[in-house]
Design a binder for this molecule. Structure first.
Ligand code: HEM
Length: 465
């Protein structure tokens, strides 16, 4: 409340300044300006500190600070901001990336396997020649235990992306993904990729052996919005720009989601303070910003931006994983990237009192700890049930608007996904990036995949009520 009073008083002072200028009473203006600035700052500070006391706001701030390096979507810097020992990784990926994609993919396993071996051998050679592993281990250990400033948040994010791309490059060895690579379920990574990955997993609080939406997409964008690590940079423009559009459709959605997070937090705070009118205003803003965020999907995931003919081969496959490890005699498989790992959709489900698409185990494998904490804090403070029980119709209407938008997205997403996945790719077994290969492996058809994925996505859509 105090924040609003300060805000309106300072707004009134701005108006008074303007009036005074028109009356040529200029002498008073500097004093009024100083007072206005002071009140504005004070209003900002009051809003921050008051809201900061709330668990959800603390969790949002922590997510932005820790994973986002001070902004959202996360800020990332690559190579120059890293300690010298880590820089060869960046150069090695850029140097070898052109060897990954092949324009006309073979269906001959022997040819594909020899391409993979050639790529992996070259990658291993460069890692051995250029990476000083003890120095890498020492610097990452110093960052972890003594001096985090050696690798600041944005720089660690850049390294996360680089490691993600290098590990996916080693896992597949060629693009499009081919059957013999999918059959390989345990990957013998070189130590140069294994040792730093353990630090990365602890840093972000994740378990997967492969990359995630956070590493491969969010942390792979430079200040100008360009992809830093690109798989198809050497391919014709149609393919390389589709790769950019695909990544952008996720990162831009998260970018537009930040005001949604802020208004969700504020709606929770005002609801808990019994200020229903203010709460309704925040929910209205959630609806406005959600429309802008959803527009990204509707405008990007279309044939002219991401052609169906190249999606499975050049966009999706590389970001899949479908491999794992054996611990105490038990095999655990990890998936690759999935839209189901984005903060926005999990957060909305939790805020609306719905189940999330992915389960606890997947949360722990792929979603960084501070993002999980933010989502969990919003789930804890979800108030939709209370609104319905109390029959608060204005709040209910706004919450229903959010549900409706989410359901419409899910309906469009399931239809478009079926079209993208229904393209035949004879060089490989059917697979999605986020859900690996089907149990029936090489016998499963594209139709099997489409109907299983569609059933899952449509079920989620129907549950969005
Ligand atoms: C060509 C583009 C896309 C295709 C083919 C596609 C495909 C899929 C598939 C197959 C799944 C099921 C689980 C998995 O394997 O990951 C999925 C889940 C999901 N995707 Fe996408 N996706 C695309 C783009 C996007 C974009 C741009 C977004 C959002 C910005 C998105 C958001 C989601 C969400 C939230 C889920 C979890 C299910 C849900 O909550 O309804 N997807 N997607």
């Amino acid at each position: 409340m105090f924040f609003f009073i300060l805000f309106y008083v300072s707004e009134a002072l701005i108006y008074t300044q303007a009036m005074l200028s028109s009356f040529y009473i200029k002498a008073l203006r500097p004093y009024l300006k100083a007072l206005t600035d002071c009140l504005h700052e004070s209003a900002k500070y009051t809003s921050r500190t008051a809201a900061k006391q709330h668990e959800t706001d603390q969790a949002l701030q922590e997510m932005i600070d820790k994973d986002g390096a001070g902004s959202w979507p996360p800020k990332a810097s690559h190579k120059d901001s890293w300690p010298t020992a880590l820089r060869p990784y960046h150069d090695i990926f850029l140097e070898l990336a052109p060897l990954l994609p092949v324009y006309k993919v073979s269906v001959d396993d022997a040819i594909n396997q020899s391409r993979r071996i050639e790529f992996r051998t070259r990658l291993q050679e460069l890692l051995r020649e250029r990476v000083d592993l003890p120095a890498v281990e020492s610097v990452l250990s110093t960052v972890e235990n003594e001096d985090p400033s050696l690798l600041q948040g944005h720089a660690y994010n850049g390294l996360f992306a680089c490691m993600g791309y290098l590990r996916h490059a080693f896992r597949w060895g060629t693009v499009p993904v081919v059957k013999c690579a999918q059959e390989e379920k345990i990957i013998d990574f070189p130590s140069e990729l294994e040792i730093p990955w353990a630090f990365v997993c602890r840093r972000y609080g994740i378990k997967s052996q492969g990359g995630s939406i956070m590493s491969n997409f969010c942390c792979n964008i430079d200040e100008e919005g360009r992809l830093v690590y690109q798989v198809n940079g050497s391919m014709p423009k149609k393919v390389s720009s589709a790769e950019h559009n695909f990544v952008f459709s996720f990162t831009e959605t998260e970018k537009r989601a930040l005001p949604i997070y802020q208004h969700i937090v504020q709606s929770i705070i005002s609801f808990e303070q019994g200020q229903n009118q203010e709460c309704a205003e925040h929910l209205k803003s959630v609806n406005v910003h959600l429309r802008k965020a959803m527009r990204v999907y509707y405008e990007q995931v279309i044939e002219s931006k991401i052609p169906r003919s190249i999606f499975v081969g050049y966009m999706q496959g590389f970001h899949g994983w479908a491999a794992g490890k054996v611990v105490d005699g038990e095999y655990t498989e990890y998936d690759g990237l999935s839209g189901g790992h984005l903060v926005l959709f999990n957060l909305l489900d939790c805020f609306l009192g719905l189940n999330t698409f992915i389960d606890e185990e997947k949360f722990a494998n792929y979603i960084p700890a501070s993002q999980r904490r933010f989502i969990a804090s919003v789930k804890k403070h979800s108030f939709r049930g209370q609104v319905e029980r109390a029959g608060l119709s204005e709040l209910e209407a706004q919450l229903d608007g959010i549900v409706k938008q989410l359901r419409t997205f899910r309906s469009a997403h399931s239809k478009r996904t079926s079209r993208y996945l229904s393209v035949e790719s004879p060089e490989r077994m059917v697979m999605t990036a986020g859900a690996s290969t089907l149990e029936s492996g090489s016998k499963a058809t594209v139709n099997d995949l489409v109907s299983i994925v569609d059933a899952g996505l449509r079920k989620k859509m129907k549950e969005t009520i």
